[in-house]
Ligand binder design. Structure first.
Ligand code: DGL
Length: 285
């Protein structure tokens, strides 16, 4: 199975002025977009949230690989010059397949998240929370231990967090109770750093920090992912010239109320949202 790569076809514009294609299963990846806008304000971004099929977190590798290649096809049809997989689940399960199948360069969020954690920890005990699929893949353990072989990793799936975020229950006693239920064992394990290993979770940052207290640093992938993308663009000679890149947002299902909440929280100034159907990938035998 291999995605078409329209970026390899003649594009109507010069390579550097083409957009960065960013995607997530839903609106969570907008937390990464906020960091990209801050570090790379001259880059235009085409964001695709696969809201018709969210959540990805309980799905199989085969399904997540297929979704990822389908979305890559859509982003490449927008002439994306680079791809950002702003979803830990898709990074954990499908980034290698994407990089094998598509020549356009791509970055994921797990390496950058692991880097942030290794920089933050002092005692070497790191907690990681994510979707069931991300945690079962052990991708964070591999990325963390590749950077710092002696770290002790405590990984935990928190599948109720994504629906709570998508429901907009960011400050709610029900969410606080779920945070307490999931995170008590991690807090008691003596970690000093927690990685938010799902791009939806930064929306819960304040409530998680309130529960864990000031002794535990909370990190996510967003800032380091933007740094990784900047390095990639520089290496490939793809940095955009100007200072005011555009942000276009498309979803595979009509927007729910949470998009407005996310937009306001992240200060992204999202205007009209497009709706896109994802094409099936070409099968090559
Ligand atoms: N935001 C996604 C992640 O970073 C996944 C959420 C989901 O679709 O389950 O893993």
């Amino acid at each position: 199975m291999s995605a078409p790569d329209p970026a390899m076809e003649p594009s109507p514009t010069a390579p550097a002025s083409r957009p960065i294609g960013v995607f997530d299963s839903g609106v969570g990846g907008l937390t990464v977009v906020a960091a990209l806008r801050e570090l790379l304000p001259g880059e235009s971004i085409f964001y695709l949230g696969d809201t018709a099929r969210v959540p990805y977190g309980g799905k199989s590798r085969a399904t997540i690989e297929r979704y990822t290649l389908e979305i890559a096809g859509l982003l490449l049809a927008e002439h994306a010059k680079a791809l950002v997989v702003a979803c830990n689940t898709a990074t954990a399960l499908a980034l290698p397949r994407l990089q094998e199948s598509v020549r356009t360069p791509s970055v994921g969020v797990i390496g950058p998240g692991a880097q942030a954690a290794v920089e933050a920890t002092k005692c070497g005990r790191i907690g990681v929370i994510g979707t069931r699929a991300t945690i079962a893949s052990r991708a964070y353990e591999r990325a963390l231990q590749a950077l710092a072989p002696t770290v002790e990793v405590h990984a935990l799936a928190c599948p109720l967090f994504v629906p709570l975020v998508e429901e907009g229950w960011l400050e709610d006693p029900v969410t606080d109770a779920v945070i307490e239920r999931y995170l008590t064992p991690l807090r008691d394990a003596g970690i000093d750093t927690l990685v938010l290993g799902c791009t939806h979770y930064p929306f819960l940052h304040e409530r998680i920090a309130r529960f864990l207290g000031p002794e535990i640093a909370i990190v996510d992938s967003a800032r380091n992912c933007a740094v990784a993308l900047k390095d990639l663009l520089e290496r490939e000679g793809l940095v955009a010239g100007g200072s005011a890149g555009r942000l276009e947002v498309a979803l595979t299902d009509p927007p729910g109320a949470f998009l407005g909440v996310a937009n306001a929280r992240l200060g992204l100034g999202i205007g009209q949202v497009q709706e896109r159907a994802v094409q099936g990938v070409q099968r090559m035998s």
